[in-house]
Every structure is written in C-alpha cells, then in structure tokens.
Ligand binder design. Structure first.
Ligand SMILES: Cc1cc2nc3c(=O)[nH]c(=O)nc-3n(C[C@H](O)[C@H](O)[C@H](O)COP(=O)(O)OP(=O)(O)OC[C@H]3O[C@@H](n4cnc5c(N)ncnc54)[C@H](O)[C@@H]3O)c2cc1C
Length: 345
C-alpha cells in the first residue's frame, strides 16, 4: 500500500495543559481472564475477572460468555442474585440479568474512580505472552464478539447501549502488534495503511494506520449507571471479605483486582499504570489515537499513547507486581518528558 503523509495536530503539553495525574491497577491474570462457575459451601459463583489492561476491549464477549454459563446452569428464576463489583463488568452483568428477568442487586466497595473509569479506551485485543494456543482461541472468540458489539453500538443497533463507542484512526508503531489480524481476517476491520504522521513542527514518524473502535469509557460508565438505575437494580456499598458475607446463594464475582482477596488465585498480578489527563485542548482536531514508543530498546516502560478521552489522555506504564497506586510517582515526569519529545509540544 502506498505510503501517505498524514498531517496531525499534536496535543498541547505545556504545564497549562496538564490536568490530572492518574495511577491505577490493572486486574491482570496470567495467561487469561477467569470466566468460570464454581460451587462452594452451598453457593454457586460465576467468576468473571482478570481482564488486565483490556477489560473494556473484551467486555461484551466476556459478559456474554458468563451469561451463557449462567443460562446453562438452569438457575431458577426466583433465586435472588448478587453481583460483586460496580465496574463495567458488574454493571453490565447486573443489567443483563435484570433484562433476563432475574432479581439482582450489586454490592461494591467503591463506585467512583475505579479502573473502569480511569481506562483510556483503546480496543487492544492482544493476548498474553504466556497464553496457550487454546487460550489464544478464547481471546480471539470473545474479542471478535466484543468488537462486533461495539460496531452495533456505533451503528445504533444495540438493544440498550446507545452511546459509548466511535470509529477513529489509530496510528501504531510498526513494531507494536495490537492483535488485529483476526479482526481483519473476519472482515470487521480493514488492512492497515503505511503512513507517515507529521505534526508540522519537525516531528514525523512512520506508523500503521488502522480504523478501529475507540471506547468512550466515561460515557459508557454513565450509561451503565443510568441503566442500572432505570432497571431498579439495587446497589449496596459494602466491602466483602468472603462470599459468605452476602446472603444470596447465586453470586457473580466481578470484583476486578479485588477478586484476588476473594479467591485464592495465584495468577492474579497487579500491574500499575500511569496516565495523564489533559485540558484546554483543540480537541475537535485531536480525533485520533496513537500507540507508539520511544525509540531505543523496547521495554513496556517507554510506551507513549494518546486517546481523545475528555480533553485527551496520555499514557502509559505497565509496572508488574505493584498494587500501590501511590507508588512510582516519578513515572509521571518520565511519561510527560517522552510525550513532549514525541509530539514536539
Ligand atoms: C491505567 C489503565 C488503563 C487502561 N486502559 C484500558 C484501555 O484503553 N482499554 C481497555 O480495554 N482496558 C483498559 N484498562 C483495563 C480496564 O480498565 C479494566 O480491565 C476494567 O475496567 C476491569 O473492570 P472490572 O469491572 O472488572 O473492574 P473495576 O472497574 O476495578 O471494578 C471492580 C469493582 O469491584 C469492587 N470490589 C472489589 N473488591 C471488592 C470487595 N472485596 N467487596 C466489594 N466490592 C469489591 C470495586 O469496588 C469495584 O466496584 C485500563 C486499566 C488501567 C489501570
């Protein structure tokens, strides 16, 4: 494909344009997320956690899969159900259950400023380096289902998600593999174009341009909360330390990283991420995504990304085994330095 030069407006990155410095913990699980059913001490627990840095990406496929396991279990319609967690997983699961005619409530430690709110909104369906061939098949199957659902939302044909996603150009470093090959093969995405992105300030880079889904995580969370409310799904603010703390015998475990304390799962690893939100941007000229890295030796700590969430968001770090959101504050300065260098602003 012929290489074309794409002129892009860069985000403004002087101190006046920096808003919040955000740290957050990804609910990473080695090899693959856990969607399964467990019987324990007279309770049936449907697990759906461990989606790491791609929880929004796999949301619809994974919640559908969990609902299929639930439907296959033939649970009586009169049984009361408790969903643990009010992130995108807990909310969507409770909404699906209520729409299927079940009586459901949510218990959650927190409902604000959780990972689901902080996520940037990339559709990034790459599996883990440690995933087995069978697990890669699962990532692909549920990722394709999710992507098709996001396309339905964009087309306006989804039964209840009327906003929350958009198609945008996404410029990837040629050596970063977002895992889009199956999406292209299934005709859901077009082949990437080789391009040169040019910020008209001397900064020019080779990139692969995809057109892909951008997830408006704020809009989606607001819509999910509204739907919970309109369906009359109760929410109790409570931190549980065991599934025995809730009276219902049917439980959905959508606790994100919190699942680690509820289930003995040695594969759950906290992965800290740093983001910087922007303000006072020419945001209508910034309708694109960037996912690249500083040149030099590839490590996961020299990544640069941009997405037009709100007035724009910059990322990102991946710090394994770090569950303290207050750790590594020096990463914000490093992130800002490499983004200023990359964008030339
Ligand atoms: C910096 C960063 C950037 C990201 N960017 C993207 C992206 O671009 N694209 C993408 O697809 N994904 C992204 N993600 C990943 C995504 O945010 C998560 O995978 C997703 O939000 C997980 O949703 P969840 O509902 O499982 O968990 P959460 O949103 O963490 O919600 C968990 C819920 O469970 C509750 N809970 C936990 N423990 C208990 C307990 N013991 N008792 C009661 N309640 C409990 C919490 O209070 C909360 O309500 C990003 C994550 C981070 C950290």
């Amino acid at each position: 494909v012929k290489n074309s030069v794409i002129k892009l407006t860069p985000p403004l990155l002087s101190d006046d344009h920096i808003d919040q410095k955000i740290s957050c913990i990804r609910p990473h699980r080695e090899r693959i997320f856990n969607i399964s059913r467990e019987h324990k001490d007279g309770k049936t627990i449907f697990h759906n956690y461990g989606h790491g840095g791609a929880g929004w990406t796999f949301l619809f496929g994974c919640v559908n899969e969990s609902m299929r396991q639930f439907q296959a279990a033939g649970i009586d319609k009169n049984k009361k159900i408790c969903v643990v967690g009010a992130g995108c997983y807990g909310l969507l699961t409770a909404i699906e259950l209520a729409r299927a005619g079940y009586s459901v409530r949510i218990v959650a430690k927190e409902t604000q400023n959780i990972s689901s709110d902080k996520a940037a909104g990339f559709f990034f369906p790459r599996w883990r380096k440690s995933s087995s061939a069978l697990e890669i098949t699962e990532f692909t199957r549920l990722g394709l289902e999710s992507y098709a659902t996001y396309l339905d939302i964009i087309k306006g044909t989804h039964p209840f998600m009327k906003t929350g996603a958009q198609l945008l150009p996404a410029y990837y470093h040629p050596e970063i593999d977002p895992g889009f090959a199956p999406y292209i093969k299934h005709g859901l995405m077009s082949l990437p174009q080789e391009t040169t992105i040019d910020f008209s300030n001397g900064k020019q880079y080779s990139a692969l341009q995809y057109t892909t889904v951008f997830i408006h995580t704020n809009q989606s969370m607001a819509l999910l909360k509204e739907l919970r409310h309109s369906l009359g799904i109760g929410l109790d603010l409570q931190e549980i330390s065991s599934f025995d703390d809730v009276e219902e015998s049917i439980i959905f475990n959508c606790a994100g990283f919190g699942a680690k304390t509820l289930v003995p799962d040695a594969r759950m690893i906290p992965v800290q991420g740093h983001l910087i939100t922007l303000r006072n941007q020419p945001i209508e000229s910034l309708q694109y995504m960037i996912n690249t890295r500083e040149t030099g030796i590839y490590t996961r700590n020299n990544l640069i990304y941009f997405a037009p969430k709100g007035q724009g968001v910059l990322g990102i770090t991946f710090l394994r085994n770090q569950s303290d959101i207050h750790a590594n504050t020096h990463e914000f300065e490093r992130l800002l330095m490499r983004c200023r260098d990359f964008f030339g602003t």
